[in-house]
Design a protein around this ligand. Structure first.
Ligand code: SF4
Length: 685
């Protein structure tokens, strides 16, 4: 069976367009044709049986059930798994190119060690011996070994964090995300247990405050499916969607109502709703609620108008709609999927509690007994720790592991963060692709592509129920890679750290047994869904909230970074086949566009297409201006995912990396590092 260029493009573009995303103007970029003619990673297909193997994609934290389509065992495409009750056969443009990414020229071919400015190949045994030698002298010294993980749902974290604990280190951090900010609020400041969930399937009104559920927040494909199920093309709609945020993004575009809210004022907007609900007689059985309600009384409609730029009548209308709805659900987050503070998340919890919609998912039991609790790790502040290392207030680690993450590119103030990562004595990247962090690492130990490995996911953030899924290897590895948890288990054996297992498959089998799920069913693509609920016991800290909310000024020009899955994620660069899906108003040639409304542009003396420099946090980027009334006054919006300096020639060098100018500050009262809606200056070049 052959697959010619025309059919190939038709297939993949069709796959990308076959999602629920709003149709967009397609840009006829040269890249697609160059790609389709020259890339070595176009599948060379043979005659043979057509199969579609079910697995679970971990290409992004959302985790979706997919089928990898193969001919004669060679993967050529990805489709959603319609048997899955959450993603219901949907797949986003990123996963649609998952099989092409198997053969990406950016893939790491095998283990490598830095030799001067270059890498030289080494064997897995050499890598293990080198690390064992380095680590044996660091045992028992907290802070000497650290790890950063971008996998927020996998049991691999139990292996890695248990390994660090066995070495005597507590320095295990997750990459920042909406989930980590909520964990800091719910599990940290509020003292709750389990994980906050959002039962969108049962909702008759969804209010998103900041959270772009159609493009960047949580399990996006499931969010789209939950929305579509209650908004049929024909028949009655049984769901109202309201978006409150600074930009008419993909969620606002399909919402019944867009309420413009400054990103730095989102928590004030939420407190304004708390205030109106309290006045209507609503309460919540959370500790400290009385003091919290007193605090909310300061956020009347006029005060919220000043702090969040929200029309007072619009605020009252949203409150009325929440009071009338039978099953309203409030989803809070950041437009970029990271950088929001405790104040917004705690106010979101309070709102859901007042409306009877607080949904707490229980944690599944651990398999690795010595691993620290997941919730506690999620609540830790990676950016705060790196800032302390940079300032000399915390020691730089002698060995820093980076797993499934690309912090050198995707953390706020990315340039500074990359410099701080370089302070580690030895930087070890477990990356499938040669990303910006792998390029600067001392040791690159390639992890298999998600379709080549055994992995799992527990309750991806945003779901309404606790779930557990297995990802199985549905294709043979294209490269000399090794599952990171298996490598760590081998290393732990060399160092006398007993994690209780010799192979990751045994860890997962123990996990599945502890959960009471069926291994064979999970391996066949089924998802274990638990109906159990976690405890909703927690306390609002009005003192910390008061300080955090006092930090809101609601003035000046602020930047909002927008995450779009078709452009990629912090971990995964734009698959070259997705380049034509990027709008001309996001990237044209090598220029990234930032969007602002005509009033903002006028106040800055700018017009359509003007070349500008944006500066914040000691860094700057260059861009062009696109005028859009889909951005509220006082806000500049810019797409995340561009400005790559590593990866392949089709992806790198396009646009600039907005993360460089996401300025970090410590949220007053909680100390959490925040950057959603940070101040920015814009000057004509
Ligand atoms: S949201 Fe997209 S990239 Fe993420 S797992 Fe689902 S289909 Fe894959």
């Amino acid at each position: 069976m052959g697959l010619d260029r025309r059919a190939f493009i038709k297939f993949v573009v069709g796959g990308a367009a076959g999602t629920l995303f709003t149709p967009i103007p397609w840009k006829l970029a040269d890249d697609a044709s160059i790609w389709s003619q020259n890339w070595s990673w176009i599948p060379r297909l043979k005659y043979g049986a057509l199969t579609a193997d079910a697995t679970y994609s971990k290409l992004c934290p959302a985790g979706c059930a997919v089928k990898v389509k193969k001919v004669a065992g060679i993967a050529y495409g990805v489709e959603g798994n319609s048997a899955n009750e959450l993603s219901k056969g949907g797949v986003c443009p990123l996963c649609a190119t998952g099989s092409q990414m198997l053969r990406s020229p950016s893939r790491v071919a095998g283990p490598m060690k830095k030799d001067g400015d270059k890498f030289k190949p080494i064997s897995w045994d050499e890598a293990e011996a080198l690390l064992a030698d380095k680590l044996k002298g660091l045992k028992g010294q907290d802070g000497k070994v650290a790890a950063i993980s971008g996998d927020l749902s996998g049991t691999a974290n139990e292996v890695l964090s248990g390994f660090l604990a066995g070495l005597g280190s507590k320095s295990y951090y997750y990459m920042p995300a909406d989930q980590t900010a909520m964990a800091k609020a719910w599990n940290g400041v509020m003292g709750g247990s389990g994980q906050i969930g959002y039962d969108l399937e049962e909702a008759d009104l969804i209010l998103c405050i900041g959270a772009d559920i159609m493009d960047a927040f949580g399990p996006v494909v499931r969010n789209q499916k939950a929305f579509a199920a209650k908004r049929p093309m024909e028949g009655d709609k049984t769901l109202t969607l309201v978006y409150a945020g600074p930009v008419r993004n993909r969620t606002a575009a399909v919402a019944d109502k867009w309420v413009a809210v400054r990103p730095d004022g989102a928590a004030a907007f939420a407190m304004g709703l708390v205030n109106l609900l309290v006045k209507s007689g609503k309460s919540a059985s959370l500790g400290g609620f009385s003091d919290f309600a007193d605090l909310a009384a300061k956020f009347g409609p006029e005060a919220v108008a000043k702090l969040a730029g929200v029309n007072p009548e619009a605020l009252k209308d949203v409150a009325k709609a929440l009071l009338v709805a039978k099953n309203p659900v409030i989803v809070v987050g950041s437009e970029s999927g990271q950088g929001a503070g405790v104040a917004l998340n705690a106010a979101g919890v309070a709102l859901n509690a007042m409306l009877g919609s607080l949904n707490v998912l229980p944690e599944f039991p651990k398999a690795v007994a010595s691993a620290p609790d997941r919730a506690g790790l999620l609540a830790k502040d990676l950016v705060g720790w790196l800032a302390a290392v940079d300032a000399g207030k915390a020691p730089a680690p002698e060995v820093l592991f980076v797993y499934e993450a690309n912090p050198a590119y995707s953390l706020p103030q990315a340039g500074n963060m990359a410099k701080t990562l370089r302070k580690a004595g030895m930087l070890v990247s477990f990356s499938t692709f040669m990303d910006e962090t792998a390029v600067m690492a001392d040791l690159v130990l390639p992890a298999p592509h998600p379709f080549e490995r055994l992995d799992d996911a527990q309750s991806p953030y945003g779901l309404g129920k606790a779930t557990y899924a297995l990802a199985t290897a549905v294709v043979a590895p294209e490269k000399d890679c090794k599952g990171t948890p298996d490598f760590i288990l081998g290393l732990s054996g060399k160092l006398g750290v007993d994690l209780g297992f010799g192979a990751f498959e045994d860890v997962l089998k123990a996990k599945v047994e502890a959960i009471g799920a069926d291994w064979d069913a999970l391996a066949g693509g089924a998802v274990h869904v638990s109906d159990k609920k976690g405890s909703a016991q927690a306390s609002l800290d009005a003192g910390a909230m008061s300080k955090a909310l006092a930090g809101i000024k609601g003035e000046g020009l602020v930047l909002i970074a927008q995450a779009h899955l078709n452009i990629g994620t912090g971990k995964l660069a734009t698959p070259p086949l997705n380049l034509p899906t990027i709008r001309e108003t996001e990237l044209y040639g090598k220029d990234v566009f930032v969007q602002m409304c005509a009033a903002t542009a006028k106040s800055l003396g700018l017009s359509e297409g003007a070349k500008v420099k944006l500066a914040a946090g000691g860094a700057d980027i260059s861009a062009r201006v696109n005028l859009s009334e889909g951005v509220m006054p006082g806000v500049v919006a810019a797409p995340l995912g561009l400005g790559r300096t590593a990866w392949d020639p089709y992806t790198k060098g396009k646009g600039d990396n907005v993360c460089k100018i996401l300025a970090v500050s410590a949220e007053p009262g909680t100390g959490l590092s925040v950057w959603a809606g940070s101040a920015v200056s814009v000057a004509k070049m």
